[in-house]
Design a protein around this ligand. Structure first.
Ligand code: ZN
Ligand code: MN
Length: 445
């Protein structure tokens, strides 16, 4: 799997231009001689982007070599006006990491930093076919993550990508929004025959197949799964005929649910990589890498474990709670700040978690204090005598004869008025939803 992620630094990778291509009001407004590739312009590397790349590598349990450099990847296409992309070849910032999935370990071969390209738009102007280029995205810092060939099913691919996506969001280094293209997924697929070992199970044998097919720029986890399943079936059919699938690059057509041929795949020597003479190589100290390690936030997996042991949550609830880093933060800060009140009310962290998850609380609108009050209120409601509530409802119905007649003649909207009257009598106890149900039952009897 290859994954490209745009970093959300303020400026671009090798110049001071604004890094905000999605919000640009017009094409080509965030450009300068460097990212337009004008002769004589010199790049300067963005320190923040390098730090973030190393942090991602550390979060993916990579080794961080103390020496690294940028290289030129030469190719001739108008989306990069220099005629090459500044990337990294044999000395990436990070290598040999992994992510543990429920299917097994997926090795991370490397994490390197490069620059994104401009965007081509093929259109028709005055009846003529033209290609337009927008360089707002050209030179945006782009991290590339490459895995080992360890993924053995489309489900494993999906789980791996979800974990990676979550780690990136926890590090807060990219929007990682796939629809926008700030995270782009490229599975490389090949199929190999299993050797029957004589017993019932089959074993994998030998090296990797002599070919692979890359599907470019997929923009959702669901599409990756579909594209992999499509390719596996296609390769199987070719292999059954005794042929070998072509090594090529394909695209994913999300409307037709199939892949289509784009071009024959280049091999590395076509790119004529060599060290970029405009950018000095970089050397780090152990202390510097250590200091970056210390800045890492607690990552999703460790956080789930901590929520389970510290707050006695189920694994499922903890997983749901940490899915959005902000939600986990909201829960944890709340529990800390309201610790004594929560104890006083004889509530458990689990009670608050249930409320947050089941009621799908919008944490941008409901403060933890309000949430706490709601949960306490609900608890009072439960301990309220149903007979008492019933009595109060009867009393309100007896008093509000006009509203009752209105309701029975079809003006059912008046129910909210009656709910309000009952809630007033209950003095803030009880649950409006439940009152409404009881009211409706009594009115239709
Ligand atoms: Zn620029
Ligand atoms: Mn790349």
């Amino acid at each position: 799997m290859e994954i490209h992620v745009e970093l959300k630094t303020n400026s671009k990778m090798f110049c001071g231009c604004k890094n905000d291509p999605f919000h640009a009001s017009k094409p080509n407004i965030y450009t300068c001689p460097v990212c337009l590739g004008l002769p004589g312009a010199l790049p300067v590397a963005n320190k923040k982007a390098i730090e973030w790349t190393i942090k991602l590598g550390l979060a993916l349990k990579c080794e961080i070599p103390l020496f690294s450099k940028f290289d030129r990847k030469n190719y001739f296409y108008p989306d990069l006006p220099k005629g090459y992309q500044i990337s990294q070849y044999d000395q990436p910032f990070c290598k040999n990491g992994f992510i543990e999935t429920s299917f097994g370990r997926v090795g991370i071969t490397r994490v390197h930093l490069e620059e994104d390209t401009g965007k081509l738009q093929h259109t028709i102007i005055d009846g003529k076919k033209v290609s337009l280029i927008d360089f707002n995205r050209s030179g945006v810092p782009l991290v590339e993550i490459v895995t080992e060939p360890d993924i053995r099913s489309s489900d494993e691919a999906r789980e791996f990508l979800k974990q990676l996506h979550q780690i990136i969001r926890y590090l807060d280094i990219s929007d990682a929004e796939m629809e926008k293209g700030s995270m782009r997924l490229e599975p490389n697929i090949s199929v190999k025959r299993l050797a029957s070992s004589g017993k019932s199970e089959s074993k994998e044998i030998g090296d990797l197949p002599p070919y692979k097919v890359e599907v470019k720029n997929i923009n959702s986890f669901g599409f990756v799964k579909k594209a992999i399943d499509f390719e596996v079936k296609r390769h199987q059919e070719i292999l059954e005929k005794g042929e070998t699938p072509l090594q090529e690059t394909r695209g994913w057509d999300e409307k037709k649910n199939l892949t289509y041929m784009q071009r024959k795949k280049e091999s590395a020597h076509d790119y004529r990589y060599f060290p970029d003479p405009d950018l000095p190589p970089m050397r780090w100290t152990e202390e510097y890498i250590e200091s970056l390690k210390k800045q890492l936030p607690q990552l999703p997996k460790e956080r789930i474990q901590r929520f389970i042991s510290e707050y006695q949550l189920s694994e499922m609830d903890a997983t749901r709670l940490i899915d959005d880093p902000k939600l986990g933060e909201y829960f944890e800060m709340g529990i800390k700040n309201f610790e004594s009140k929560i104890k006083e009310a004889k509530l458990l962290p689990k009670d608050l978690t249930n409320w947050i998850l089941n009621k799908k609380v919008d944490i941008s609108k409901v403060s933890f204090e309000e949430l706490f009050t709601q949960v306490v209120g609900a608890k009072v409601k439960v301990s309220m005598d149903p007979n008492e509530m019933s009595k109060i409802i009867e009393k309100v119905l007896a008093e509000q004869t006009k509203a009752v007649i209105d309701y029975k003649s079809g003006k059912t909207g008046v129910i909210m008025f009656l709910v309000g009257m009952v809630m007033k009598e209950l003095k803030g106890k009880g649950d409006a939803q439940e009152v409404r149900i009881v009211l409706e039952k009594k009115l239709t009897q």
